[in-house]
Design a binder for this molecule. Sequence first.
Ligand code: T1G
Length: 717
Amino acid sequence: MEQLVNLTTRDGVAVITIDNPPVNALSPGVPEGLIAALDAAEQDPSARAIVVIGGGRTFIAGADIKELELAASGRGSGPPDFHRILARIEDAGKPVVMAIHGTALGGGNEVAMAGHYRVAVPDAQIGQPEVNLGIIPGAEGTQRLPRLVGVAAAVDLCVSGKPIRAPEALKLGLIDRVIEGDLLNGALAFAREIADKGGPRRKTSELTDKLGSEFVDASIFAAGRDQARKTRRNMLAPLKVVDAIEAAVNLPFDEGCRKEREIFQECIASDQARALIHAFFAERAVSKIPDISKETAVYNIRQAAIIGAGTMGGGIAMACANAGIPVLLKEVEQAALDRGIATIKKNYDNSVKKGRFSPAVMDQRMALIHPQLTYEGFEQADLIIEAAFESMALKKSIFAEIDKIAKPDCVLASNTSTLDIDEIASVTSRPRMVIGLHFFSPANVMRLVEIVRGQATSKEVVATALAVSKKLGKVGVVVGNCRGFVGNRMMLPYMREAQFPVEEGATPEQVDRTLTNFGMAMGIFAVDDMAGVDVGYRVGQEYKHLEKPGVRTPRVLEKLFHLGRHGQKTGAGWYRYDENRKPVADPEVHALIENTAQEAGIERRQITEDEIIQRCLYIMINEGAKILEEGYALRAADIDVIYLTGYGFPAYRGGPMWYADTVGLKKVRDRIAEFGAQHGDFWQAAPLLDRLADEGETFAAWDSKQDRAREHAPALV
Ligand code: T1G
């Protein structure tokens, strides 16, 4: 087995270094290496104490999620059990000091808590993010953490899954010292101090002073479950982790660990864990583009420039400033510019009020955004992003202008959400430098960027777009240049199909409630009202010429449009909006729907939640399959990431394509055929879906086959 753990001795202290790049996960060989090193360190008379430290950029970032993926799918030798290494550390005959830098997450923090002392550098991040993977801590963390930080803090750390920085960990008692300067030297000095002091080992498992009692902690557990239900709607693990921490209060340590193990096993065998682990790796796979290697040159983006200070332009400017990139923000007239800057300022004020950062940080970020009415300075920009009104003519005129101004190696990007990138690029002398960077509103918040690769876009420009997305804290997904790209192209049939159950008997509220119960962040009619019924109507008009004669088209949206019910912005759309912009069911809309159905001779009936989910999601999944076979997305997993990070699809369902695999592609395909028979051939299974269904295959298997095939013959999007 590869040497993943090294032992050296320095100044009377044994130093155990974990060296398992990229993140020192507890992969097979690491626990074994740790035990061997501890054995050797204990036998070394010159070592009075032991320091455990991570090699490279981090301490231990947790169990190896690849192992968990195997266990969650019932393959491999079952979920890893770290009890032996944890007991070995805690029972060591010499003081064990954990030296933390980078991250100590999940199993990483659990190993650290088995140590007798912990020290960390100021920016170290420590936490239990397991719920983000649909599981709970499975290495005695739910038993040791409350013993160190108290029950309330332990519940919050485990239910939120959010890491904390070292200074806060020190305040909570999770670590014993923050090391300024060199970590190893600081840890060695600390270890020698402890060895000099002598005395019994401080075993976390034996601490009880912060556990309180069942009675005292009851309100904490109740609040924790409320927090889980509110912030992690429909998720299993955040509720289960509270049960495990409760066991730490009610049971002796070893029994509590057994209870934790039981709950851990239950969670890892769940669909939610499989979906969330899929989402973890899918999000990391999107940056792997077959014909773009790690060696592909990337343009250095030191200065950005944005055209249009509207909702999107303003949000993108904030994203750049938040990442420390100075940005020129151009508008055509002062009033529009003032509005744009005022909105940015208001957004930053809100963040300061919420304590996200200080007024000083806000000033720094505002200072990075330079509002202007001319192209002055654009000739210095490394990246120009056009975020003007969604009109081809306007975008082409802007690109013709910036083509004359921008320096040769400046990346020219459009934030268009539907228009043809190749057509936009055709007005420039450098289509290879043109790319689509499709941000999602609010662009300073939403994590997704659809990176639209044009026919001529160079590999260096695609690689730069991926790097810029990462720098902005976004997830960049490379997609092909088809109408609506990937996200919106799948959204259109979803929006369209959702209207038919409403004509046939459901209400907009019933459909939206069904979708939010399923886990969607928002119902489709609430989304329509937020985006604007007029926008939905205009986009629909743009697609009208594509509709086959005799294909059924939704009727109510058009009526809402002509009634001026354009959604939130007019105070009424599918819903009426109260003074707090809260959607309220509107009997007027119900009447409009019933009249429309009557006029069309549609008999109204009971519509089940299952039917609503199947009609709304299967049409989207089917479009996803078409996108894959046409090559406009590299992986089904990429489509999942697009929907998880840009369209509010529930992560614990893994994304639309993963969800289809969970349902079973044969079932999806057969249901589509039934809908086709009932509602017309708008419902026709995509050939890829048909084939995979017949072969009993999954989109996930198709992805790995594609990836394998591409190793030999790179395919462009
Ligand atoms: N296991 C396996 N691979 C991992 C990994 C892990 N824990 N963490 C990261 N990687 C891979 C990742 O797939 C990518 O691979 C590369 O490392 C860089 O990651 C018992 C059961 C640490 C904050 O949930 O949050 O412990 O794509 O691109 O942005 O109770 O990775 O290059 O081939 O994300 O700098 C708990 C998960 C596990 C932490 C670094 N731990 N990791 O972020 O790099 S469950 C976690 C992260 C557990 C115990 C339970 C982040 C990071 P590739 P990256 P980054």
